[in-house]
Ligand binder design. Structure first.
Ligand code: HEM
Length: 453
Protein backbone atom coordinates (compact mmCIF):
# COMPACT_ATOMS: atom_id res chain seq x y z
CA UNK A 1 0.00 0.00 0.00
CA UNK A 2 1.29 3.47 -0.74
CA UNK A 3 0.49 6.29 1.60
CA UNK A 4 0.76 10.04 1.01
CA UNK A 5 1.03 12.08 4.14
CA UNK A 6 -0.44 15.52 3.69
CA UNK A 7 1.55 17.26 6.32
CA UNK A 8 0.29 20.81 6.04
CA UNK A 9 2.56 22.74 8.39
CA UNK A 10 2.99 19.90 10.89
CA UNK A 11 6.45 18.38 11.42
CA UNK A 12 6.66 15.03 9.59
CA UNK A 13 8.78 13.45 12.32
CA UNK A 14 5.91 13.81 14.73
CA UNK A 15 3.51 12.27 12.25
CA UNK A 16 4.89 8.80 12.23
CA UNK A 17 6.16 8.77 15.78
CA UNK A 18 3.14 6.81 16.95
CA UNK A 19 2.66 4.74 13.83
CA UNK A 20 4.16 1.36 14.58
CA UNK A 21 2.32 -0.71 12.02
CA UNK A 22 3.40 1.25 8.95
CA UNK A 23 6.72 0.67 7.30
CA UNK A 24 8.28 4.14 7.16
CA UNK A 25 9.87 3.41 3.80
CA UNK A 26 6.36 3.37 2.35
CA UNK A 27 5.52 6.81 3.69
CA UNK A 28 6.02 9.56 1.21
CA UNK A 29 6.11 13.05 2.61
CA UNK A 30 4.77 15.69 0.32
CA UNK A 31 3.62 19.19 1.10
CA UNK A 32 1.85 18.95 -2.23
CA UNK A 33 0.07 15.64 -2.85
CA UNK A 34 -0.05 16.30 -6.63
CA UNK A 35 3.58 15.15 -6.46
CA UNK A 36 2.29 11.72 -5.56
CA UNK A 37 -1.04 11.19 -7.29
CA UNK A 38 -1.15 7.38 -7.10
CA UNK A 39 -1.25 6.99 -3.33
CA UNK A 40 -4.08 4.65 -2.33
CA UNK A 41 -4.33 6.30 1.06
CA UNK A 42 -3.90 9.92 2.09
CA UNK A 43 -3.18 10.85 5.66
CA UNK A 44 -4.33 14.26 6.79
CA UNK A 45 -3.03 16.10 9.85
CA UNK A 46 -4.33 19.61 9.29
CA UNK A 47 -7.13 20.01 11.89
CA UNK A 48 -9.52 21.89 9.59
CA UNK A 49 -8.92 19.52 6.68
CA UNK A 50 -9.68 16.62 9.05
CA UNK A 51 -13.05 18.18 9.86
CA UNK A 52 -13.81 18.61 6.17
CA UNK A 53 -13.13 14.91 5.56
CA UNK A 54 -15.00 13.86 8.71
CA UNK A 55 -18.16 15.71 7.72
CA UNK A 56 -18.04 15.08 3.97
CA UNK A 57 -17.41 11.32 4.03
CA UNK A 58 -19.22 9.58 6.86
CA UNK A 59 -18.44 6.02 5.74
CA UNK A 60 -15.65 4.37 7.79
CA UNK A 61 -12.86 2.66 5.86
CA UNK A 62 -13.19 -1.00 4.89
CA UNK A 63 -10.83 -2.22 7.60
CA UNK A 64 -13.53 -1.41 10.18
CA UNK A 65 -15.40 -4.34 8.57
CA UNK A 66 -12.97 -6.70 10.34
CA UNK A 67 -14.81 -5.81 13.55
CA UNK A 68 -18.28 -6.45 12.10
CA UNK A 69 -18.55 -10.08 13.23
CA UNK A 70 -18.28 -8.60 16.76
CA UNK A 71 -20.03 -5.23 16.54
CA UNK A 72 -22.17 -5.64 13.41
CA UNK A 73 -23.93 -2.42 12.40
CA UNK A 74 -23.41 -0.79 15.82
CA UNK A 75 -22.53 2.92 15.82
CA UNK A 76 -18.75 2.50 15.46
CA UNK A 77 -18.81 0.13 12.48
CA UNK A 78 -22.27 0.73 10.99
CA UNK A 79 -22.81 1.69 7.35
CA UNK A 80 -24.00 5.25 6.83
CA UNK A 81 -27.79 4.80 6.28
CA UNK A 82 -28.10 2.61 9.41
CA UNK A 83 -25.72 4.82 11.40
CA UNK A 84 -27.71 7.99 10.55
CA UNK A 85 -30.97 6.47 11.69
CA UNK A 86 -29.60 4.86 14.85
CA UNK A 87 -27.40 7.77 15.95
CA UNK A 88 -30.44 10.08 15.90
CA UNK A 89 -32.38 7.61 18.03
CA UNK A 90 -29.52 7.02 20.48
CA UNK A 91 -28.25 10.59 21.01
CA UNK A 92 -30.79 11.26 23.81
CA UNK A 93 -29.35 8.34 25.84
CA UNK A 94 -26.08 10.29 26.20
CA UNK A 95 -27.44 13.78 26.80
CA UNK A 96 -26.06 15.83 29.72
CA UNK A 97 -29.31 15.28 31.62
CA UNK A 98 -29.15 11.48 31.35
CA UNK A 99 -25.44 11.32 32.11
CA UNK A 100 -25.93 13.54 35.19
CA UNK A 101 -28.24 10.79 36.44
CA UNK A 102 -25.25 8.39 36.48
CA UNK A 103 -23.36 10.49 39.02
CA UNK A 104 -24.33 8.21 41.94
CA UNK A 105 -22.89 5.19 40.10
CA UNK A 106 -19.72 7.10 39.16
CA UNK A 107 -19.20 7.93 42.84
CA UNK A 108 -19.80 4.42 44.14
CA UNK A 109 -17.62 2.92 41.42
CA UNK A 110 -14.82 5.38 42.24
CA UNK A 111 -15.06 4.40 45.92
CA UNK A 112 -14.89 0.76 44.89
CA UNK A 113 -11.69 1.45 42.95
CA UNK A 114 -10.14 3.27 45.92
CA UNK A 115 -10.93 0.25 48.09
CA UNK A 116 -9.64 -2.28 45.55
CA UNK A 117 -6.34 -0.43 45.18
CA UNK A 118 -5.85 -0.25 48.95
CA UNK A 119 -3.96 -3.56 48.88
CA UNK A 120 -1.25 -1.86 46.82
CA UNK A 121 -0.57 1.00 49.26
CA UNK A 122 3.10 1.29 50.16
CA UNK A 123 4.11 -1.81 48.19
CA UNK A 124 5.91 -0.04 45.34
CA UNK A 125 5.04 -0.06 41.62
CA UNK A 126 2.03 -2.11 40.52
CA UNK A 127 0.14 -2.63 37.29
CA UNK A 128 -2.89 -0.35 37.53
CA UNK A 129 -4.46 -1.72 34.31
CA UNK A 130 -6.15 -4.70 35.94
CA UNK A 131 -7.91 -2.35 38.38
CA UNK A 132 -8.89 0.48 36.02
CA UNK A 133 -10.12 -1.83 33.25
CA UNK A 134 -12.31 -3.97 35.52
CA UNK A 135 -13.74 -0.87 37.20
CA UNK A 136 -14.58 0.83 33.89
CA UNK A 137 -16.24 -2.35 32.61
CA UNK A 138 -18.40 -2.56 35.72
CA UNK A 139 -19.32 1.12 35.37
CA UNK A 140 -20.46 0.86 31.78
CA UNK A 141 -22.51 -2.24 32.60
CA UNK A 142 -24.16 -0.53 35.58
CA UNK A 143 -24.97 2.69 33.76
CA UNK A 144 -25.60 1.84 30.12
CA UNK A 145 -26.99 -1.64 30.66
CA UNK A 146 -28.40 -1.44 34.17
CA UNK A 147 -26.57 -4.67 35.09
CA UNK A 148 -24.28 -5.28 38.05
CA UNK A 149 -21.27 -6.87 36.43
CA UNK A 150 -19.81 -7.91 39.79
CA UNK A 151 -22.57 -10.47 40.23
CA UNK A 152 -20.87 -13.15 38.15
CA UNK A 153 -17.12 -13.01 38.49
CA UNK A 154 -16.40 -16.14 36.36
CA UNK A 155 -18.34 -14.82 33.38
CA UNK A 156 -16.68 -11.46 33.85
CA UNK A 157 -13.07 -12.57 33.85
CA UNK A 158 -13.84 -14.73 30.81
CA UNK A 159 -15.37 -11.68 29.14
CA UNK A 160 -12.38 -9.46 29.93
CA UNK A 161 -9.97 -12.04 28.56
CA UNK A 162 -12.05 -12.63 25.41
CA UNK A 163 -12.34 -8.90 24.63
CA UNK A 164 -8.57 -8.45 25.02
CA UNK A 165 -7.99 -11.45 22.72
CA UNK A 166 -10.47 -10.11 20.20
CA UNK A 167 -8.57 -6.82 19.92
CA UNK A 168 -5.40 -8.83 19.27
CA UNK A 169 -7.20 -10.81 16.55
CA UNK A 170 -8.28 -7.57 14.83
CA UNK A 171 -4.76 -6.15 14.91
CA UNK A 172 -3.17 -9.37 13.66
CA UNK A 173 -5.62 -9.54 10.76
CA UNK A 174 -4.95 -5.90 9.89
CA UNK A 175 -1.18 -6.41 9.94
CA UNK A 176 -1.20 -9.60 7.79
CA UNK A 177 -2.40 -8.32 4.42
CA UNK A 178 -3.14 -11.84 3.08
CA UNK A 179 -5.73 -12.23 5.84
CA UNK A 180 -7.65 -9.22 4.52
CA UNK A 181 -9.32 -11.54 2.04
CA UNK A 182 -12.39 -13.14 3.65
CA UNK A 183 -11.77 -16.30 1.63
CA UNK A 184 -8.27 -16.86 3.09
CA UNK A 185 -9.23 -15.59 6.53
CA UNK A 186 -12.13 -18.02 6.84
CA UNK A 187 -9.64 -20.93 6.61
CA UNK A 188 -7.15 -19.48 9.06
CA UNK A 189 -6.51 -20.43 12.68
CA UNK A 190 -7.04 -16.75 13.55
CA UNK A 191 -10.67 -17.03 12.40
CA UNK A 192 -11.10 -20.01 14.75
CA UNK A 193 -9.68 -17.94 17.59
CA UNK A 194 -12.09 -15.15 16.66
CA UNK A 195 -15.03 -17.56 16.82
CA UNK A 196 -14.02 -18.77 20.28
CA UNK A 197 -13.83 -15.17 21.53
CA UNK A 198 -17.12 -14.17 19.92
CA UNK A 199 -18.93 -17.07 21.53
CA UNK A 200 -18.02 -15.69 24.97
CA UNK A 201 -18.57 -12.03 24.07
CA UNK A 202 -21.95 -12.53 22.42
CA UNK A 203 -23.08 -14.95 25.09
CA UNK A 204 -22.61 -12.18 27.66
CA UNK A 205 -24.53 -9.52 25.70
CA UNK A 206 -27.28 -12.00 24.74
CA UNK A 207 -27.71 -12.97 28.40
CA UNK A 208 -27.96 -9.33 29.48
CA UNK A 209 -30.42 -8.60 26.70
CA UNK A 210 -32.63 -11.62 27.45
CA UNK A 211 -32.81 -10.83 31.18
CA UNK A 212 -33.52 -7.15 30.67
CA UNK A 213 -36.12 -7.76 28.00
CA UNK A 214 -37.97 -10.25 30.21
CA UNK A 215 -37.98 -7.82 33.12
CA UNK A 216 -39.13 -4.96 30.86
CA UNK A 217 -42.05 -7.01 29.50
CA UNK A 218 -42.94 -8.30 32.94
CA UNK A 219 -43.08 -4.79 34.39
CA UNK A 220 -45.16 -3.67 31.46
CA UNK A 221 -47.61 -6.55 31.94
CA UNK A 222 -48.01 -5.63 35.60
CA UNK A 223 -48.64 -1.99 34.78
CA UNK A 224 -45.33 -0.92 36.37
CA UNK A 225 -42.93 1.61 34.93
CA UNK A 226 -41.42 -0.48 32.13
CA UNK A 227 -37.81 0.12 33.06
CA UNK A 228 -35.00 -1.64 34.89
CA UNK A 229 -35.86 0.07 38.15
CA UNK A 230 -32.79 2.32 38.25
CA UNK A 231 -33.11 6.06 38.97
CA UNK A 232 -31.82 6.88 35.49
CA UNK A 233 -32.89 5.49 32.16
CA UNK A 234 -30.14 3.07 31.18
CA UNK A 235 -29.12 3.02 27.53
CA UNK A 236 -30.48 -0.51 27.23
CA UNK A 237 -33.88 0.61 28.60
CA UNK A 238 -34.08 3.18 25.85
CA UNK A 239 -33.18 0.56 23.23
CA UNK A 240 -35.84 -1.81 24.57
CA UNK A 241 -38.42 0.94 24.68
CA UNK A 242 -37.68 1.93 21.09
CA UNK A 243 -37.74 -1.72 20.06
CA UNK A 244 -40.88 -2.85 21.88
CA UNK A 245 -42.98 0.30 21.64
CA UNK A 246 -41.87 1.57 18.23
CA UNK A 247 -40.27 -1.44 16.48
CA UNK A 248 -37.15 0.66 15.85
CA UNK A 249 -34.61 -2.10 16.62
CA UNK A 250 -34.67 -5.89 16.34
CA UNK A 251 -32.88 -8.14 18.87
CA UNK A 252 -29.75 -8.46 16.75
CA UNK A 253 -29.49 -4.68 16.35
CA UNK A 254 -29.89 -4.20 20.09
CA UNK A 255 -27.14 -6.72 20.78
CA UNK A 256 -24.84 -4.98 18.30
CA UNK A 257 -25.39 -1.62 20.01
CA UNK A 258 -24.89 -3.17 23.45
CA UNK A 259 -21.60 -4.77 22.33
CA UNK A 260 -20.54 -1.44 20.80
CA UNK A 261 -21.23 0.47 24.02
CA UNK A 262 -19.35 -2.05 26.16
CA UNK A 263 -16.34 -1.89 23.85
CA UNK A 264 -16.49 1.87 23.17
CA UNK A 265 -17.23 2.73 26.76
CA UNK A 266 -14.79 0.83 28.95
CA UNK A 267 -11.38 0.27 27.37
CA UNK A 268 -11.29 3.90 26.23
CA UNK A 269 -11.93 5.52 29.62
CA UNK A 270 -9.71 2.96 31.37
CA UNK A 271 -6.74 3.67 29.08
CA UNK A 272 -7.11 7.45 29.44
CA UNK A 273 -7.33 7.07 33.21
CA UNK A 274 -4.21 4.93 33.17
CA UNK A 275 -2.24 7.49 31.11
CA UNK A 276 -3.52 10.32 33.35
CA UNK A 277 -2.42 8.64 36.56
CA UNK A 278 1.02 8.00 35.06
CA UNK A 279 1.33 11.68 34.08
CA UNK A 280 0.07 12.95 37.44
CA UNK A 281 2.53 10.62 39.18
CA UNK A 282 5.37 11.85 36.96
CA UNK A 283 4.75 15.58 37.51
CA UNK A 284 4.66 16.38 41.25
CA UNK A 285 3.82 20.06 40.63
CA UNK A 286 0.78 19.08 38.57
CA UNK A 287 -0.33 16.72 41.33
CA UNK A 288 0.10 19.44 43.95
CA UNK A 289 -2.00 21.87 41.93
CA UNK A 290 -4.78 19.30 41.58
CA UNK A 291 -4.73 18.70 45.32
CA UNK A 292 -5.01 22.45 45.96
CA UNK A 293 -8.02 22.57 43.65
CA UNK A 294 -9.61 19.61 45.43
CA UNK A 295 -8.98 21.24 48.80
CA UNK A 296 -10.64 24.48 47.64
CA UNK A 297 -13.75 22.54 46.62
CA UNK A 298 -13.99 19.74 49.20
CA UNK A 299 -11.79 20.86 52.11
CA UNK A 300 -11.09 17.69 54.09
CA UNK A 301 -14.52 16.24 53.36
CA UNK A 302 -14.65 12.83 51.67
CA UNK A 303 -18.18 13.49 50.39
CA UNK A 304 -19.51 12.40 47.02
CA UNK A 305 -18.68 14.48 43.95
CA UNK A 306 -21.67 16.44 42.66
CA UNK A 307 -22.54 17.86 39.27
CA UNK A 308 -21.68 21.35 40.57
CA UNK A 309 -18.26 20.19 41.82
CA UNK A 310 -17.46 18.75 38.40
CA UNK A 311 -17.83 22.10 36.68
CA UNK A 312 -15.40 23.65 39.19
CA UNK A 313 -12.67 21.08 38.54
CA UNK A 314 -11.05 23.27 35.92
CA UNK A 315 -7.43 22.27 36.46
CA UNK A 316 -8.24 18.55 36.70
CA UNK A 317 -10.05 18.81 33.38
CA UNK A 318 -7.02 20.58 31.89
CA UNK A 319 -4.84 17.66 33.04
CA UNK A 320 -7.20 15.15 31.43
CA UNK A 321 -7.29 17.10 28.17
CA UNK A 322 -3.53 17.53 28.06
CA UNK A 323 -3.04 13.81 28.68
CA UNK A 324 -5.44 12.99 25.82
CA UNK A 325 -3.68 15.53 23.60
CA UNK A 326 -0.26 13.98 24.19
CA UNK A 327 -1.63 10.40 24.12
CA UNK A 328 -4.70 10.28 21.86
CA UNK A 329 -5.88 6.73 22.43
CA UNK A 330 -7.40 6.63 18.94
CA UNK A 331 -4.33 7.94 17.07
CA UNK A 332 -5.81 7.50 13.61
CA UNK A 333 -9.26 7.01 12.17
CA UNK A 334 -10.04 6.36 8.53
CA UNK A 335 -12.80 7.22 6.08
CA UNK A 336 -13.64 5.89 2.66
CA UNK A 337 -13.75 8.76 0.18
CA UNK A 338 -17.09 8.25 -1.57
CA UNK A 339 -16.69 11.59 -3.41
CA UNK A 340 -13.92 14.06 -4.24
CA UNK A 341 -13.07 16.16 -1.20
CA UNK A 342 -11.69 19.66 -1.57
CA UNK A 343 -9.20 20.51 1.18
CA UNK A 344 -7.26 23.76 1.75
CA UNK A 345 -4.51 22.96 -0.77
CA UNK A 346 -5.65 19.90 -2.64
CA UNK A 347 -8.62 17.84 -3.75
CA UNK A 348 -8.65 14.21 -2.60
CA UNK A 349 -9.94 11.77 -5.16
CA UNK A 350 -12.99 9.58 -4.60
CA UNK A 351 -12.47 5.84 -4.10
CA UNK A 352 -9.42 6.09 -1.84
CA UNK A 353 -8.91 5.91 1.87
CA UNK A 354 -8.25 8.98 3.98
CA UNK A 355 -6.61 8.58 7.38
CA UNK A 356 -7.22 11.38 9.84
CA UNK A 357 -4.03 11.23 11.88
CA UNK A 358 -5.23 12.60 15.21
CA UNK A 359 -1.81 11.99 16.79
CA UNK A 360 -0.39 14.43 14.22
CA UNK A 361 -3.30 16.87 14.65
CA UNK A 362 -2.37 17.09 18.35
CA UNK A 363 1.20 18.02 17.41
CA UNK A 364 0.34 20.40 14.60
CA UNK A 365 2.28 23.68 14.36
CA UNK A 366 -0.87 25.42 15.66
CA UNK A 367 0.05 24.07 19.11
CA UNK A 368 3.30 26.02 19.08
CA UNK A 369 6.91 24.95 19.60
CA UNK A 370 6.12 23.22 22.91
CA UNK A 371 3.58 20.83 21.34
CA UNK A 372 5.56 17.76 22.50
CA UNK A 373 5.55 18.93 26.11
CA UNK A 374 3.00 18.00 28.76
CA UNK A 375 1.64 21.38 29.92
CA UNK A 376 -1.88 21.30 31.39
CA UNK A 377 -1.66 25.08 31.98
CA UNK A 378 -2.07 25.72 28.25
CA UNK A 379 -5.77 24.81 28.66
CA UNK A 380 -6.36 27.53 31.26
CA UNK A 381 -5.74 30.49 28.97
CA UNK A 382 -7.59 30.57 25.63
CA UNK A 383 -4.78 32.79 24.25
CA UNK A 384 -2.34 29.85 24.51
CA UNK A 385 -4.63 27.46 22.62
CA UNK A 386 -4.79 27.05 18.83
CA UNK A 387 -7.37 29.22 17.07
CA UNK A 388 -8.97 26.17 15.48
CA UNK A 389 -11.31 24.20 17.79
CA UNK A 390 -10.49 21.15 15.62
CA UNK A 391 -6.90 21.02 16.88
CA UNK A 392 -8.06 18.83 19.78
CA UNK A 393 -9.61 15.65 18.45
CA UNK A 394 -9.27 13.00 21.17
CA UNK A 395 -12.96 12.17 20.67
CA UNK A 396 -12.70 12.64 16.92
CA UNK A 397 -14.70 15.48 15.33
CA UNK A 398 -17.68 16.25 13.17
CA UNK A 399 -20.87 14.26 12.92
CA UNK A 400 -19.36 10.94 14.01
CA UNK A 401 -17.77 12.43 17.11
CA UNK A 402 -17.76 10.10 20.13
CA UNK A 403 -21.26 9.75 21.55
CA UNK A 404 -19.85 9.07 25.04
CA UNK A 405 -17.74 12.25 25.42
CA UNK A 406 -19.78 13.82 28.24
CA UNK A 407 -20.10 10.46 29.96
CA UNK A 408 -16.33 9.93 29.74
CA UNK A 409 -15.42 13.32 31.27
CA UNK A 410 -17.85 12.94 34.16
CA UNK A 411 -16.83 9.39 35.04
CA UNK A 412 -13.08 10.04 34.71
CA UNK A 413 -13.16 13.28 36.72
CA UNK A 414 -15.17 11.63 39.49
CA UNK A 415 -12.79 8.67 39.63
CA UNK A 416 -9.71 10.90 39.78
CA UNK A 417 -11.17 13.03 42.59
CA UNK A 418 -11.73 9.98 44.78
CA UNK A 419 -8.37 8.38 43.97
CA UNK A 420 -6.34 11.55 44.51
CA UNK A 421 -8.13 12.47 47.73
CA UNK A 422 -6.96 9.13 49.14
CA UNK A 423 -3.64 8.44 47.47
CA UNK A 424 -0.42 10.22 46.58
CA UNK A 425 0.68 8.81 43.20
CA UNK A 426 4.18 8.26 41.85
CA UNK A 427 5.14 7.17 38.35
CA UNK A 428 7.71 7.65 35.61
CA UNK A 429 6.24 8.39 32.20
CA UNK A 430 9.66 8.13 30.53
CA UNK A 431 9.52 4.36 31.13
CA UNK A 432 6.32 3.98 29.12
CA UNK A 433 6.64 1.99 25.91
CA UNK A 434 3.66 2.53 23.63
CA UNK A 435 1.91 0.13 21.32
CA UNK A 436 -1.08 0.39 19.00
CA UNK A 437 -3.51 -2.47 19.32
CA UNK A 438 -6.48 -0.75 17.71
CA UNK A 439 -5.97 1.86 20.42
CA UNK A 440 -2.78 3.56 21.64
CA UNK A 441 -1.78 1.94 24.93
CA UNK A 442 1.27 1.63 27.10
CA UNK A 443 2.82 -1.78 26.45
CA UNK A 444 4.70 -1.60 29.71
CA UNK A 445 5.79 1.08 32.16
CA UNK A 446 2.23 1.97 33.09
CA UNK A 447 3.09 1.11 36.64
CA UNK A 448 2.33 3.51 39.49
CA UNK A 449 3.00 3.45 43.23
CA UNK A 450 0.51 4.78 45.75
CA UNK A 451 0.80 6.02 49.33
CA UNK A 452 -2.01 7.03 51.66
CA UNK A 453 -2.51 10.79 51.71
C1 HEM B 1 -11.95 8.97 27.25
C2 HEM B 1 -12.80 8.16 26.72
C3 HEM B 1 -13.13 8.06 25.25
C4 HEM B 1 -12.40 8.42 24.16
C5 HEM B 1 -11.02 9.06 24.13
C6 HEM B 1 -13.20 8.11 22.99
C7 HEM B 1 -12.81 8.35 21.69
C8 HEM B 1 -13.58 8.07 20.58
C9 HEM B 1 -13.17 8.29 19.21
C10 HEM B 1 -11.83 8.89 18.78
C11 HEM B 1 -14.18 7.90 18.41
C12 HEM B 1 -14.20 7.88 16.87
C13 HEM B 1 -13.74 6.49 16.42
C14 HEM B 1 -13.60 6.36 14.92
O1 HEM B 1 -13.97 7.26 14.17
O2 HEM B 1 -13.13 5.31 14.48
C15 HEM B 1 -15.24 7.42 19.26
C16 HEM B 1 -16.45 6.94 18.80
C17 HEM B 1 -17.41 6.38 19.62
N1 HEM B 1 -17.37 6.28 21.00
FE1 HEM B 1 -15.94 7.02 22.21
N2 HEM B 1 -14.38 7.56 23.41
C18 HEM B 1 -14.39 7.53 24.78
C19 HEM B 1 -15.41 7.09 25.60
C20 HEM B 1 -16.58 6.57 25.16
C21 HEM B 1 -17.66 6.13 26.01
C22 HEM B 1 -17.65 6.24 27.54
C23 HEM B 1 -18.63 5.62 25.20
C24 HEM B 1 -19.97 5.03 25.55
C25 HEM B 1 -20.49 5.06 26.73
C26 HEM B 1 -18.17 5.74 23.83
C27 HEM B 1 -18.87 5.32 22.71
C28 HEM B 1 -18.50 5.62 21.41
C29 HEM B 1 -19.32 5.30 20.24
C30 HEM B 1 -20.64 4.55 20.25
C31 HEM B 1 -18.64 5.78 19.12
C32 HEM B 1 -19.11 5.74 17.67
C33 HEM B 1 -19.81 7.06 17.38
C34 HEM B 1 -20.40 7.17 15.99
O3 HEM B 1 -19.74 6.80 15.00
O4 HEM B 1 -21.53 7.66 15.92
N3 HEM B 1 -16.93 6.32 23.85
N4 HEM B 1 -14.86 7.54 20.57
Amino acid sequence: MSVALLTGKGPPSALYAGCSSLDHSELIFRENPHDYPHASCSVVTDPDDCLTVANTCLQKDNFYNFAKPWLGEGLVTGIVPIWKHHRKLLNPAFSQLVVDGFQGVFNSQARRLVKDMETEVGKGPFDQWAYTKRNALETICLTALGVDFCENSVLNSQYEHASEQMFNVLVERFQKFWLHSDFIYNWSSLKKKQERCLKILHNMSNTILKTRKASYLNNKKNGLEASTGTKFKAFLDLLLELSIEKGAFNDLEIREQVDTMIVGGHDTSAIVLMFTLVMIGSYPKVQLRIIEELYDIFGNDDRDVTKQDLSQLVYLEAVLKETMRVYPIVPVTARLLDRNVKLKNVTLTAGRTCGMFLYGVHRHAMWGPDAEEFKPERWLDPATLPDSPNAFAAFNMGRRICIGKTYAYLSMKTTLVHLLRHYRVQADHTKMVLKIDVMLKPECGHYISIEKR
